[in-house]
Design a protein around this ligand. Structure first.
Ligand code: ZN
Length: 383
């Protein structure tokens, strides 16, 4: 914990936040169960660990380490082989190159067949017992090339996508959250919730190449991303969320309302970013095939209050108390990261039917609920 966090937690106004969420409930006399509180109309905290998500049995697809060790492009191993060959056929590339890629992938699939092992709702992609390994020199370069050709064919087969999601989902989430927490200036906060996507991208040089590529292609900037499972936790979203949470509180404490609303909108931005599973992993696969990312996020935005109605489960006055904005953002990214395999794999392999896939729908609903509750918590604590 930094000095700044420390000061904040010790400030008079927020003393009740010290310690666990449970302590916060005790201090406020509220129960962790929504609906049973003595307060009937105001915002109600709930401990994230006690909160039952709408879909407890959603499939979690994990790609195990053996598979990841073969290549960052694990999607090329877990893919539907026929669909992939069709995408290569359609790609806009010289025939000789397509032949080489096809031959390489067939070698890969022979050498590293995968299988899916199911245990309850956890599905793990592992190398099959018959995997023999060995792909010769420059395999990673060949994987990069193969991914590029497959992605090109995918964009031709599936058509172009509209990266329209960001503005809409960021704004709608912030506005709903502010309204539910009785925070005034909801539309002003929402108006700033997409600002960070217009900032210059930041992509640190020390990052592994496949992460830099993914940030460049789909996540925009290092600070809009966090993968809890990579190098002990990689990405700047938690520190950005914390920075603007603190600045928003400072501005609010000193009566600078418009500044507070701007910074609150920015803080919420980074929470919503890592509430998107595709901002928490599957880097190499997304760098090669960015259409999955934009297609998915477009679908989320289009189903906000129609179709799947994702906003429904957020449209209430319950929120997660925020003891540490940075840790809260990491916790949310952890839940998102549980679903990144399910979402990328399903969309990549089922371009025509994934929007009706129960696992994609249920995983998305779960993670959006958590995102909404954290967003509401941020705004509740800031104002
Ligand atoms: Zn962003």
């Amino acid at each position: 914990m930094t000095k700044k966090d420390d000061n904040r937690l010790n400030s008079k106004r927020r003393t009740f936040l010290k310690g666990s969420a449970a302590a916060a409930f005790a201090a406020t006399g509220l129960s962790a169960v929504p609906g049973s509180s003595v307060a009937t109309s105001g915002p109600e905290p709930i401990d994230p660990d006690e909160h039952e998500l709408p879909n407890s049995d959603v499939k979690k697809l994990q790609i195990n380490e053996e598979v990841r060790d073969v290549t960052h492009h694990w999607a090329l191993l877990t893919t539907d082989y026929d669909l992939t060959l069709q995408r290569i056929r359609e790609a806009d590339a010289p025939d000789a190159q397509k032949r080489r890629v096809r031959a390489f992938l067939k070698d890969v699939w022979d050498a590293y067949p995968t299988e899916r092992v199911t245990d309850g709702n956890e599905v793990t992609v592992e190398l099959a017992d018959s995997a023999s390994g060995g792909l010769g020199d420059n395999a990673e370069k060949k994987f990069d090339k193969a991914a590029e050709i497959v992605a090109d064919g995918t964009s031709i087969v599936d058509g172009p996508v509209q990266p329209e999601w960001a503005v809409s989902t960021h704004r709608k989430m912030a506005e709903l959250s502010a309204n539910k927490m009785n925070v005034s200036g909801a539309s002003e906060i929402a108006g700033h919730a997409d600002d960070p996507d217009y900032w210059d991208p930041e992509i640190p040089n020390w990052l592994p190449g496949f992460v830099k590529d993914a940030i460049n292609q789909v996540m925009h900037s290092y600070g809009h991303y966090y993968n809890p499972g990579l190098l002990g936790g990689t990405g700047g979203a938690p520190s950005n969320a914390k920075e603007y949470f603190n600045k928003a509180q400072d501005a609010d404490d000193s009566g600078n309302t418009s500044d507070a609303r701007e910074k609150a909108g920015w803080a919420c931005h980074f929470v919503v970013d890592v509430g998107g599973p595709l901002h928490t992993g599957a880097e190499a696969s997304q760098a090669a095939n960015s259409s999955v990312h934009f297609d998915y996020e477009g679908w989320v935005a289009n189903n906000w209050n129609s179709g799947e109605n994702f906003s429904d489960e957020i449209d209430n006055n319950t929120y997660y108390p925020i003891n540490s904005p940075s840790q809260a953002t990491k916790d949310l990214a952890g839940v998102s990261n549980d679903y990144v395999g399910t979402i990328f794999d399903t969309i990549n392999n089922n371009p025509d039917s994934w929007k009706d896939d129960d696992d994609v729908i249920d995983a998305t609903e779960n993670v959006l609920v958590k995102t909404g509750y954290y967003n509401k918590g941020f705004l509740q604590e800031i104002f």
